[in-house]
Design a protein around this ligand. Sequence first.
Ligand code: SAM
Length: 238
Amino acid sequence: MEQLNFKLSKRLIDVANFLPAGATFADIGSDHAYLPCYVCAQDPSATAIAGEVNQGPFDSARATVRMHGLTERITVRLGDGLDVLEQADDIKQIVIAGMGGGLIKQILADGKAKLETVYRLILQPNVNARKLRIWLHEEGFVLTAEQILEENGHIYEILVADREGTGPYEEGLLERQFLFGPYLLKNKTPVFYRKWRKEADKLRHIIGQMEQATHPDAERIDQFKQELAWMEEELSHE
Ligand SMILES: C[S@@+](CC[C@H](N)C(=O)[O-])C[C@H]1O[C@@H](n2cnc3c(N)ncnc32)[C@H](O)[C@@H]1O
């Protein structure tokens, strides 16, 4: 393995571990291009495109790739979301990490035409993973793995979706599985419990505030109460 002059976060190492050997992948929102450099330095058969919409991070990404002598295998491109990808790139896997679930969903939805050759998405939303699970399900991607981890006081989720595979969803449990994550729900870790204890506290506070409004939104309050009941039920198994 080539020497790297940076230490990759545990979060991005965990994301990288979902790439197969010999990956032909894109890292969208690549910032310093740390993830593609880490993967390509470890695996001489991997190639990558690092996409960045902002000039500063794009310059940093180019500098990291050059510094590690990886310009032959990592191409850094400036552009919005999947616009940086061309058919000839024949990208098989896409990584989008470190953004909100809403933004990741938007990038995928806007670039849907570019997903034709792609058979794996590795997504790491900082918030709102539910939105992404719903979108993946609606678009026919199969959620094949999930991971939850904590680093430096932050809790992160990683979602892996493939073109093929057996789906994890169960009739009647769908809404709850979208919220918690079907795999995370089946194998609840201490980090899972920490996350949902915090989320339940936040939601209790929000419901209290909403009930005090001059014109309370009864429908939304009921929906939040249902979600809080799910959280409390899951937490009671700890
Ligand atoms: C918080 S950083 C995360 C960087 C890295 N992926 C990680 O997980 O550490 C988000 C990066 O995504 C870039 N970004 C945001 N929206 C984007 C878009 N639509 N297309 C490409 N890059 C985008 C930002 O400029 C920023 O560098």
